[in-house]
Each structure stands twice: as C-alpha cells, then as structure tokens.
Ligand binder design. Structure first.
Ligand code: OGA
Ligand code: NI
Length: 365
C-alpha cells in the first residue's frame, strides 16, 4: 500500500496539485524574503519598572497597535534556550514519518493533534502547510492524549513554553488596558478564564510558491497572538485591505505580536486586528509557532471603552463562542460564493469556447 500523504511527501513530487492553486487575486504579491522594516521592533527591557522608560515603551506598543495591530518584541525575558528547545522539538516532530504524524490526526473534529492544510471545511483551495496544535489553557481542560508523545521531551518543554508565553501576553495586555484608561487587568479579565492554543506551523518548501499560500489571508479571532518564526521569512501583513503587502523581517529571538478580532472589538476598533497571511518559497521549509490567547468561549464580548463620538462596533454583547461562530460562517459563505463564481466562470468559458468553435469547424471542414 502506498504510504499516506502529508505535505512533506508531496513536496518531493514533481506535479503540483490543483487543490493548492489560488485565484490570481489571492496569490502572493511580494516575495517571502523582500523584507520591510515598517513593523516596529520594540525592546521591552525595563517594562516592569515604573519610570519614564516604561512610558516610552508603552507609547511605542500602543502606536503600533493603532497603526498595524502588529509589532515585534525583543528583550522579552523568555529564555532563549527554551525557545530553541521548542523549535528543535517541533522540527523533529515534522520530520517524523507520515504514519507517525498521522497517529495524531485531528481531522474529524478532534481537539488537538496533527493536520495538513487548513481546518476550515468547505474551502475550495488548501494551504501549503502542516500543523500540530494543542490546547494549553485553561490547565483543567488539557487533554494530554492529544499531545504527541514524540519527540520525548515535547510535553515538558511545551508546558513551560505555554506558561512563559501566557505571562508575556498578559503583560502586553496590561499595557493596552492602561492605554485605554482602564485598570491594568481589564483586558485579561474580559477574557474570563483565558484560553491558550499553540499552533506549530510547518511550511515545506514548495515547487510553485507563486501560485499558492502557506496560510491564506486572515485575522486571528482571539485577543492577542505571539508568533515565533525562524529566519526564512514568509509572514506578510496589509493595512489597506490587501492592496499592498509587506513581508515582516524575521528578527532573531523576537516574537511577532499581533492583535486579533477580540482585541479589536474590546478597544472598539482603536487597536487593529492585523490582516495577515503566510507565503512559501521553493528553497527552504519554514517553521513558525503561533500562540493564541483567546477569551473563554462563554466570555461576554463588548467594547470596554467607547470614546466620545464613537459608535459601538457591536450592536449588543455576545459570547466569544457566538462571535467565533459568526466569523466561521461568514468565511464559509465567502468560500462558497468563490467556489460558485469559479464554477460559473468555467461554465461561461465552456459556452464561449463552444460558441466560437462553430465557425472554426466550418473553416476547417
Ligand atoms: C497563524 C499565522 C503566520 C505564520 O498561525 O495564525 O498567522 O507566519 N501564522 O506562520
Ligand atoms: Ni494568524
């Protein structure tokens, strides 16, 4: 029997399957390694002391969130060794055989494990990535049976990584709460019992990187995301609704921080929910580790601060679960319409080909 296929196996084949080919308007507009320095790189050394330096750091963070919803943090205090252990183990996981990885297959709705491409059902085109994901907070709902037991130290290292990133996220949310004129725990409190999900993305090198995406354009649904990426490059952001894109410069040891829809709504749109995607390339595989901090599903979502003259982004308070459900059904509807439009385009093409073919037949006859 042929061995099961993962992307890592497909990457070695000569053909490129049409299920990865994006419509022209979705394809990459700028190369994976054409780096921009527009996204601020902010050192947060000294952020724990109340002084002028802290104020300066906070100001930079707030400005970045207002303009892009993305910035990079360095001197964040997460141990370099822990990060390199985490990335080493992640690489080891993706290097396992397809059979080993598929033992943790999460298709069919399982909470955590391994999967190829995207998790949205009904998408016409698939992402050029593999992921392994686990739910790390709240601690009481951890299901270790969905955490790979290979490589061996995985569980121990990922637990520590999760904890450190949770506290860094909360620290950054404090800065934003204060900027909104609220008490410093306001944003974390709005998440009730904060959820955390870690998604390790592996983007194998790709024979046709210009036709596809590693991860299609999206905003993250939650509050705040911390992304660790290797030095290959591929994360792209847009702040003009997809007209122009920039590739985020990889910075050794940094986390790319971005806000999601929940952070956007709590600030009533003051802070942006970064619009982003990941592109791939034909020379190098790429690894990124995204850590998502989300409110608990039953947390009530409503702007915490509506400034004078502003209208609320939400008509009424809803739960995060409901907010997520609406986002998914909207995305699915867009995917469905795109698919329909594509089929219609094909049909029209066939009709016009037939129509035009007639005189040609006559000429040839
Ligand atoms: C994500 C994400 C970007 C990347 O996982 O939500 O946006 O560069 N990842 O892997
Ligand atoms: Ni994302």
């Amino acid at each position: 029997m042929a061995s099961p296929k993962t992307l890592t196996t497909l990457a070695d084949e000569n053909t490129f399957e049409s299920r990865f080919i994006r419509d022209e308007d979705e394809r990459p507009k700028i190369a994976h390694n054409n780096f921009s320095n527009e996204i601020p790189i902010i050192s947060i050394a000294g952020i724990d002391e109340a002084n002028e330096q802290r104020e300066e750091i906070c100001k930079r963070i707030v400005e970045a969130c207002e303009e892009w919803g993305i910035f990079q943090v360095v001197d964040h205090g997460v141990d370099t060794k822990l990060i390199s252990e985490m990335t080493r183990l992640a690489r080891e996981f993706f290097a396992l055989s397809p059979e080993e990885k598929l033992r943790f297959d999460m298709s069919g709705g399982k909470k955590g494990g391994f999967i190829v491409s995207s998790h949205l059902q009904g998408e016409a085109v698939q992402d050029w990535r593999e992921i392994v994901t686990y739910f790390s907070y709240p601690i009481k709902s951890r299901d270790y049976s969905r955490w790979p037991e290979k490589p061996e130290e995985w569980k121990k290292v990922t637990e520590e990584y999760s904890e450190k990133l949770m506290s860094l996220s909360c620290k950054l949310l404090q800065v934003l709460s204060e900027a909104m004129g609220l008490e410093k725990d306001a944003l974390t409190k709005a998440c009730v019992d904060m959820d955390q999900k870690v998604v390790v993305n592996f983007y194998p090198k790709c024979p046709k990187p210009d036709l596809t995406l590693g991860l299609k354009r999206h905003t993250d649904p939650g509050t705040i995301t911390l992304l660790f990426q290797d030095q290959v490059g591929g994360l792209q952001a847009t702040k003009d609704n997809g007209k122009t894109w920039i590739t985020v410069q990889p910075v050794e040891g940094a986390f790319v921080v971005n806000l999601g829809d929940h952070g956007h709504i709590l600030s009533n749109g003051r802070f942006k929910n970064a619009d982003h995607q990941a592109v791939v390339n034909s020379n190098h595989s790429r690894l990124s580790i995204a850590t998502f901090q989300n409110p608990s599903p039953d947390a009530i979502v409503y702007p915490l601060k509506i400034r004078d003259g502003e209208k609320s982004l939400l008509e009424e308070p809803i739960t995060f679960a409901e907010m997520y459900r609406r986002k998914m059904s909207k995305d699915l509807e867009i995917a469905r319409l795109k698919k329909l439009a594509k089929e219609k385009q094909l049909q029209d093409l066939e009709i016009s080909v037939k129509f035009e073919a007639k005189p040609m037949d006559k000429i040839l006859a």
